[in-house]
Design a protein around this ligand. Structure first.
Ligand code: FES
Ligand code: FES
Length: 233
């Protein structure tokens, strides 16, 4: 019977350190509340694992080098750049993508607000924008437009929908502050803000827990293709 190390492709070295790889190894992830198991090389990024192995194409590959924010997801409730994060480093962590943001029935208020405020054109940056926007409010960084601009600065939008994105964020912020449905505030969703886990406050572009590959200069405002406020391909 194979040992665990053999099963996951690990190599036991003389000093007992366990090295996994460089060939494909079993990686167990917890994505949007569901355990997932994939076979990937340790060098595979979380973004490629999500998109190519798990079929979760909401997070987008814009620059693939930590500059645009299109790949923003949450790891342990903190926003991270999935293109700079190794999938294998997320094994014991909770990963949340745009596909897991809503309850599967109604859109998250931020998704609805993006629609209501026409906060996108091509939609390529939108999933990342929304994941950052929800995190930004949870972090308490949405007091005014300057703060929103700063803490969203890591998410670029080639379509320059920034004013509308900020309007969407303000709507959700104000609806939550006044405890009123976003629709009543500025035409957003009638669904009350769910009690979501709040991504811990990290820097604008900081994006990441230990495994996270942040390293980008600021949070987010970027590039392009399909996808709307929901998932996207
Ligand atoms: S694709 Fe990750 S920051 Fe651009
Ligand atoms: S809507 Fe942002 S890049 Fe097109």
């Amino acid at each position: 019977m194979k040992s665990y190390a053999e099963t996951v492709g690990a190599v036991q070295t003389a000093d007992t350190a366990v090295v996994r790889g460089p060939t494909s190894v079993v990686v167990r992830l917890h994505v949007n509340g569901t355990p997932r198991t994939i076979l990937v090389e340790p060098r595979v990024s979380l973004l490629d694992a999500l998109r190519d192995r798990l079929g979760l194409t909401g997070a987008k590959k814009g620059c693939n080098q930590g500059a645009c924010g299109a790949c923003t997801v949450w790891v342990d409730k903190r926003r991270v750049l999935a293109c700079l994060t190794l999938a294998i480093a997320c094994e014991t962590r909770e990963i949340t993508t745009i596909e897991g943001l809503s309850d599967g029935v109604e859109l998250h208020p931020m998704q609805q607000a993006f629609i209501d405020h026409d906060a996108f054109q091509c939609g390529y940056c939108t999933p990342g924008q929304i994941m950052s926007a929800v995190a930004l409010l949870a972090e308490g960084h949405g007091a005014d437009d300057d703060q929103i601009r700063e803490w969203m600065s890591g998410n670029l939008c080639r379509c320059a929908a920034y004013p509308n994105i900020r309007a969407a964020i303000r709507t959700v912020r104000d609806a939550a502050t006044n405890q009123i449905p976003a629709t009543a505030a500025e035409g957003g969703s009638t669904r009350p803000e769910p009690a979501r886990a709040r991504p811990a406050g990290v820097g604008p572009t900081e994006t990441g827990p230990p495994p996270a590959g942040s390293g980008r200069p600021g949070p987010a405002e970027g590039p392009a293709a399909e996808g709307g406020p929901g998932a996207a391909a």
